[in-house]
Design a protein around this ligand. Structure first.
Ligand SMILES: [Zn+2]
Length: 295
């Protein structure tokens, strides 16, 4: 009895995987966008099947054109309704700083019978190339964390950082702030300027740098930290081997700082052991965690 139950039953697995891949490929082909300009092919699924199917078998041209006009109107109404629902949903989900993008979405919504935009696209407007959209902190909200005033964070984050740096110093570890708050203009150069210098495509650049408008550095809550004793590891994955990183890993949570992009993070951003963010008050916590679903 027992010997029968131990017969291996693993042969099905590879077959099943192959089938799944084939199915996925087939589905990809089916869902691939076609370049047809025929509006009837882009109608939403909530148009009754009878109406959708009728034009292709309608006997007279009069009926066809009437149905076509009706379908275009229905399609436009359905899409306008979808956009309205999406906009209402976003208004309830996002902070005031996000309102500019909503306005942009509304401006793009179809006014007549040109149902080209996808109603579902507006759901993800707060993310691009794996980065989330952030509002830029104003100068009045910032405080300096470097003696020469060149590096700034929001006041609460600046205070917490300076306390953390002192605590590290007392244990013989030198935390060195490298970059804090950045304007959209700063980030514009870091993304587009460096991208052009290095000949990178956008997706490649986005793995190591956020596009302007999408950097945690805009918030004034994030900063890059180096080891003052090992500057050669600044902004390098090797930073993880420094005393500064080891100290931060053990102690940063006590000062309300956390690593934004750990290894294999869900955002798909490269591992950045030097990039830390403050999450020690309600505003910072909401900035990084609100309206992100499961993260
Ligand atoms: Zn950074």
């Amino acid at each position: 009895m027992r010997s029968q139950s131990t017969v291996p039953n693993v042969k099905m697995l590879p077959v099943k995987q192959t089938l799944n891949k084939a199915e996925v490929k087939r589905l990809d082909k089916v869902s691939a966008p076609d370049n047809s300009s025929d509006v009837t092919k882009h109608l939403p699924d909530d148009i009754p099947v009878a109406l959708r199917d009728t034009p292709s078998v309608a006997p007279t041209t009069v009926d066809r054109s009437m149905l076509r006009a009706g379908l275009i109107t229905l399609g436009a109404i359905a899409i306008a309704a979808s956009v309205l629902v999406a906009v209402q949903f976003q208004r309830s989900q996002q902070t005031q700083s996000d309102n500019t993008a909503i306005a942009a979405n509304s401006a793009q919504s179809p006014a007549g019978a040109s149902p080209t935009p996808s109603p579902t696209a507006s759901v993800n407007t707060d993310a691009m190339l794996g980065h989330f959209r952030y509002a830029e902190a104003t100068q009045g909200e910032l405080g300096s964390i470097a003696a020469d005033g060149s590096i700034k964070l929001r006041k609460a984050a600046a205070k917490a950082y300076q306390e953390m740096q002192s605590a590290a110093q007392q244990e013989g570890v030198s935390l060195m702030p490298l970059s804090g708050f950045r304007t959209l203009t700063d980030q514009d150069y870091l993304f587009f300027g460096k991208k052009a210098e290095r000949g990178q495509v956008a997706a490649e650049r986005a793995k190591v740098s956020a596009p302007p408008g999408y950097s945690e550095h805009h918030t004034g809550y994030a900063l890059d930290i180096g080891d003052g004793a090992v500057p050669a590891t600044n902004l390098s994955p090797d930073f993880e081997n420094t005393p500064a990183f080891k100290w931060l890993k053990a102690n940063a949570p006590f000062h309300s700082f956390e690593l934004s992009f750990p290894k294999n993070n869900k955002q798909g951003v490269s591992y950045e052991p030097w990039h830390w963010r403050f999450v020690g008050d309600r505003a910072s916590l909401e900035t990084f965690y609100k309206a992100r679903g499961k993260k």
